[in-house]
Design a protein around this ligand. Structure first.
Ligand SMILES: [Zn+2]
Ligand SMILES: [Zn+2]
Length: 82
């Protein structure tokens, strides 16, 4: 099950589970669409893997399967990839 992390690792922008702005790599490193497109050029800052749109979890499922609240913010990795 996806963790649905709460924010972008680059800019720390909020990415709620229903956000269409979230993209993830296969390890679920999580970024916003604008960082993915501009800073990262479609590649994960941590593993170099491709970034794809994160599927949204239906609101009614979030009660039973809540999104992660553990915020990961690693702006250094994003600068290195730029
Ligand atoms: Zn971002
Ligand atoms: Zn990654």
């Amino acid at each position: 099950m996806l963790q649905l992390r709460p924010g972008c690792e680059c800019c720390d922008r909020d990415l709620p589970p229903h956000s269409q702005e979230a993209v993830i790599c296969s390890f679920e490193c999580t970024f916003c669409r604008s960082c993915a497109a501009t800073v990262l050029k479609g590649r994960c800052a941590n593993c170099g893997g491709e970034l794809v749109a994160r599927p949204r979890r239906p609101i009614e499922k979030l009660e039973k399967f809540p999104a992660s609240t553990q915020r990961i913010h690693k702006p250094d990795g994003c600068r290195a990839a730029a």
